[in-house]
Structures are given as structure tokens and as C-alpha cells.
Design a protein around this ligand. Structure first.
Ligand code: HEM
Length: 459
């Protein structure tokens, strides 16, 4: 047999590679390291745990075999579990409540439900437009405003709750608490447990942030129970009323709280990154921007208010989103764990329990799967070209049964927001923004401002 060791950069005694990983941007470091290992796989010893990183599309294909690999809940997700508990994102594969919640909530994420959420999505997107109309010629902070948009959208459509983020200058305290908690959770990934225990002050403020988020969630649920909410069959309505078709069980109060916080976080953090990267990509590729404007002007002439059917007819904008998710995947990696001793690529031995991360920035650019991988080319996503793609070289929404439940929600919301922005505004980047990624579990462009002008005078 032709077994090979998994290539691994030299580490230090005791701490292994832990101290080589920058706490500001671990995932960006994992992506950079890949350029040293064209084999498509390497290993690191992080805080006493051997981890494997894969990005060769054929190795990824094997790691996505559900018979051999599951989803691990270990750092950083085991830390995120401090506040999202057994919510869908951080539940272990073997926790029964994962299946129960998944089956109860699936109907809320089908295409029919997207149509039902559309009025709320539109209302919030119009608030973004309203804010930008009040600042013609001014620079706007794209990731901040996209965060307002996506947070308000999931809260209103999923829970009938209004953050009213566009009515305040700073970001909602919920977001500040969340950002702090996510940053601490991520930092702990590269900390030896002893160090974590020594950082008492950090732990106190971490617990405070968690408490603050949970208070908000309790408030959201209380408002609904008191009948102030919409009382519809949205996410919260389903969780409070529906039972699992298989076990007949309902979700308990603690799990409803965990799921609610999960959706408030998972439901906005990534979509705001997607929208920010999409606008960046359009500004960098004026010929694509021109095609997007032409599409919007054809389907939504003048001030036509978009309806759901028209948004579903868009063709250029969805392909802009697909290509943005390839080059700028907001989630940079997902974890898998070997369920038994196994061999991948015919040569790399993995032990049962081996944590194996799939690195999207490398996979999504892999020359085995993509021609001119660095080019922003939306025509890759024409149906006739898509058919020829490598089946496991594009995973922005994850993989298998633990893949993203909110994919349609995110894509519907993002189509609408981009279409409305392009219908109303000429967007320019006079400062020639240079991409700088900020990492807090997900990727976002840091400090990205654009200048906007109304396209039509009367606005
Ligand atoms: C899971 C990406 C939007 C809710 C995931 C996973 C990825 C992902 C990669 C798998 C994580 C893993 O394997 O550990 C994205 C991206 C989004 C997006 C790129 C936007 C562009 C949303 C939205 C919602 C949502 C809008 C909710 C409304 C969830 C949940 C899970 C999940 C609940 C866990 C699913 C499970 O394990 O059962 N997402 N997501 N996501 N996402 Fe998303």
C-alpha cells in the first residue's frame, strides 16, 4: 500500500502549530497555508488536537461521504454552543432534537414560504433604500447597512420582531453582544484550555454578552406569547405550535430559545457578508455591473415595486450571487469528523474521530475544478456550463443533511436587495477600496464604503 503522511508544517514542542495561527484571522491563515501544499491536504496541531484541512475536490468528495464522515461539534462550534445550545447549527448529529427541529422547521424554508415572507423582505429592503436616499453623494458603510438589512429581515419574517435598525446610528446592542461572543468563541479555538481559564475578565464579559442576547430572545418569545406578534406560521409560530411528524414531540422552551438565537445569528451574519461581497465584486467588474443594471431596467423599469414573481425571473443577479459565493464564501470552512478509521485519496490514513475541515477559499479556486479560478465570471453559472462542474467543488451552503436550511431564504432576500439597490442607485467606489477581510466566524469586508447617487432626479 502506498500510504503517505499528511504534510504538516513544523510545530513547536507542546504547543504544536497553535502559536502560528493569528487570532485575528485563523481561516485566512488556513487558506494561505494551502498554497504551500499542492497535495490538497495538510495537517496542523492546534491546542493539542490534530486537525486535517482538505481542499482537493476529489479528497473533498470522499470527506462528504455521509457513510464515513459526520459533523463534529468541537472548537469553535463547541464554544458557540455556550449560547446556541442544541439549536440546529450546533446540535450534535446524534442529538434527537436535531431531527425533530429539522422536520418541524423544514416547511418554513420551502419555496412557498419564501413567497409568504416576501412582503416583510420588501419592507426592510425599502428601509435600506430610504436610508441611502437620504444620503446622496455620501459614503455609506456597506457591511453595516447590509447587517441592518439582514438582521431586520430575519427577525421580522421569522419572528414578527422589529429591530428598527435603520432608525439608529449605531448597530443594535444585540449585534455588539453577538460580535463579542463570536470573537471570544473563535479566539478560544486556538487557546489552550488553561489559558481560557486564566482569562477571567474576558470570561465575565463573554457571559454578559450571552446574557444580553438571551434576554433579547426571551423578549421576542414573550411578545409572541402575549399575542403582540404576527401570530402567523412563521419560524416562531411553527416552533411554538407544530409537532414533529415522526416522534409527535414538540420543542421545549429551552430549545425554542436556542433555535431562536441560532436563527437570529445564522440568519443574518452570512447574508450580509454575501451582499457586501456582491457589491464589491460588481464594482470590480463594471461589465457585469452593466449587465445587472440592464436586467433591472428591463424587469423593473422606473420605480416598479418588485413582486415575488419578478424577483424569481432574475437571471444575472442570481448568477452574480452564485459567483460571489464561490470567490467570497462568507463561511470559509466547515468541519467533518471521521466516523471510523478510513483512508482518503487511496493514501491518507485518518483515524476514527479525526477532525477534517473543508477549506472553501481553496476548494472554490481549485484549478482541478475551475478554469481561470480568479476571474469573476458569472457565465460559469449558466445551466449548460453548470452541468460540467465538479460535483464537490462548490459548497458555500455546506454539505449533506447538515447543509444550510436557510439557503432559499438568503438567496431570495439577497436577490431582492440587490435588485432594489441597482434600480435606485448609481454606485461608485471613488476611494478604490482594497479588500480587507474581517473574520468573526464568518468573513466580511472590513470598512467597505461606497458612494451612492439616485439614478433618477425626482428621488
Ligand atoms: C448551516 C452557509 C444563510 C440558517 C449552514 C452551513 C453553511 C451555511 C456553510 C453549514 C455549516 C456546517 O456544516 O457547520 C450559509 C450562507 C448563507 C446562509 C453562505 C447566506 C448567504 C442562512 C440563513 C439562515 C441560515 C438566511 C436562516 C434563516 C442555517 C442553519 C444551519 C445553517 C439553521 C444549520 C443547519 C443544520 O445543521 O441543521 N449555513 N447560510 N443560514 N444555516 Fe446557513
Amino acid at each position: 500500500n502506498d500510504f503517505r503522511p499528511i504534510p504538516t508544517p513544523p510545530g513547536a514542542p507542546l504547543v504544536g502549530n497553535t502559536l502560528q495561527i493569528p487570532s485575528e484571522g485563523p481561516a485566512q491563515y488556513f487558506a494561505e497555508l494551502g498554497r504551500r501544499y499542492p497535495e490538497g491536504i495538510y495537517g496542523l496541531d492546534i491546542a493539542g488536537v490534530d486537525q486535517v484541512f482538505v481542499y482537493d475536490p476529489d479528497l473533498v468528495t470522499e470527506v462528504c461521504d455521509a457513510a464515513r464522515f459526520g459533523k463534529p461539534i468541537d472548537p469553535p462550534l463547541s464554544h458557540v454552543r455556550d449560547y446556541t445550545g442544541a439549536g440546529l447549527f450546533t446540535a450534535r448529529d446524534d442529538e434527537e432534537v436535531w431531527g425533530e427541529a429539522h422536520r418541524i422547521l423544514m416547511p418554513a424554508f420551502g419555496q412557498r414560504s419564501m413567497k409568504a415572507y416576501f412582503p416583510q423582505m420588501l419592507e426592510v429592503a425599502q428601509e435600506l433604500v430610504g436610508k441611502w436616499q437620504r444620503s446622496p453623494g455620501q459614503p455609506v458603510n456597506v457591511p453595516d447597512d447590509m447587517t441592518r438589512l439582514t438582521l431586520d429581515t430575519i427577525a421580522l419574517s421569522g419572528f414578527g420582531y422589529r429591530f428598527r435598525s435603520f432608525q439608529r446610528d449605531d448597530l443594535d446592542p444585540f449585534l455588539q453582544a453577538m460580535l463579542h461572543a463570536l470573537t471570544v468563541s473563535m479566539g478560544r479555538m486556538t487557546q489552550l484550555p488553561l489559558v481560557t481559564r486564566l482569562k477571567r475578565r474576558e470570561d465575565r464579559s463573554y457571559r454578559d454578552s450571552i446574557r444580553q442576547m438571551q434576554e433579547l430572545v426571551d423578549n421576542v418569545i414573550r411578545e409572541r406569547r402575549q399575542g403582540i406578534g404576527t401570530g402567523e406560521r412563521d419560524l416562531l409560530g411553527l416552533m411554538l405550535d407544530a409537532s414533529d411528524p415522526v416522534t409527535g414531540k414538540q420543542l421545549d422552551d429551552e430549545n425554542i430559545r436556542d433555535q431562536t438565537l441560532t436563527f437570529l445569528i445564522a440568519g443574518h451574519e452570512t447574508t450580509s457578508g454575501l451582499l457586501s461581497f456582491a457589491l464589491y465584486s460588481l464594482l470590480r467588474n463594471p461589465h457585469v455591473l452593466a449587465r445587472a443594471y440592464a436586467e433591472v431596467d428591463r424587469l423593473l423599469p422606473g420605480d416598479t415595486v418588485p413582486d415575488y414573481e419578478t424577483i424569481m425571473k432574475l437571471d444575472i443577479i442570481p448568477r452574480v450571487l452564485d459567483e460571489t459565493l464561490r470567490l467570497w464564501s462568507p463561511i470559509p470552512l466547515i468541519g467533518k469528523v471521521a466516523l471510523q478509521d478510513t483512508v482518503i485519496g487511496g493514501r491518507y490514513r485518518l483515524k476514527k474521530g479525526q477532525k477534517t475541515s473543508i477549506v472553501f477559499p481553496l476548494l472554490h479556486n481549485h484549478p482541478k475544478a475551475w478554469d481561470r479560478p480568479q476571474d469573476f465570471d458569472i457565465d460559469r453559472w449558466l445551466p449548460e456550463n453548470k452541468a460540467g462542474h465538479h460535483p464537490h467543488a462548490y459548497k458555500p451552503f455546506g454539505d449533506g443533511q447538515r447543509a444550510c436550511i436557510g439557503r432559499q431564504f438568503a438567496l431570495t432576500e439577497a436577490r431582492l436587495a440587490l435588485a432594489l439597490v441597482l434600480q435606485k442607485f448609481a454606485v461608485a467606489d471613488p476611494a478604490d477600496y482594497q479588500m480587507h477581510i474581517k473574520e468573526a466566524l464568518t468573513f466580511k469586508p472590513s470598512d467597505f464604503h461606497v458612494r451612492i447617487q439616485p439614478r433618477r432626479e425626482h428621488e
